[in-house]
Design a protein around this ligand. Structure first.
Ligand code: ZN
Length: 169
């Protein structure tokens, strides 16, 4: 129980830096255009677990996504609006328990600073619908050394040769 109390205290305290992050200086923020969809609209069409990650910024349990073991060629698309976000060529096993990539498809992601765990992390989201995908770190493999740590619930995998579903929202 001690550990739980500590975690709760950490999350409560983390509200302060979060407030600070919302103030004027927030370099590097890129906000994509939002679709004409409200959160309530997405809640209606998405399964609850996917909705929680995409629009409440929940994080799935590590090791829980079947996409961790997905090794086929194909495209990873936003589970909300279906925008292509990653190519399988850039997926790698980071050992973290979350699907990880060295880079996203160009111009598919927006980012913002996130102070939820005290340290500054860079949150990223689908540029089209704003759906939260994960966090990007600088401890990935060369040459880019980026690790795009993604929630599997926020993605759908489309194997090569299958048509991509139409964009929605
Ligand atoms: Zn999207």
């Amino acid at each position: 129980m001690k550990r739980r109390s500590l975690l709760e205290a950490m999350f409560a305290a983390s509200l302060l830096p979060a407030l600070h992050a919302c103030s004027a200086a927030n370099p590097g923020t890129v906000e994509g255009p939002k679709l004409g969809m409200t959160k309530a609209d997405w809640r209606e069409i998405l399964p609850a677990d996917r909705y929680a990650v995409l629009f409440e910024e929940a994080t799935e349990r590590p090791g829980s996504s079947p996409l961790n073991d997905e090794e086929r060629d194909g495209t990873y698309i936003c589970a909300a609006c279906h925008l292509p976000l990653f190519e399988s060529a850039h997926k790698y096993d980071s050992g973290t328990g979350w699907p990880s990539f060295t880079q996203p498809i160009a111009d598919s992601m927006g980012t913002k600073a996130d102070y939820k765990l005290f340290v500054r992390r860079t949150e990223y989201h689908c540029i089209r619908c704003g759906g939260h995908q994960g966090h990007v770190f600088d401890d990935g493999p060369p040459p880019r050394r980026e690790r795009w740590c993604n929630n599997g619930l926020a993605l759908l995998f489309i194997p090569e040769g299958e048509p991509l579903p139409a964009l929605r929202g």
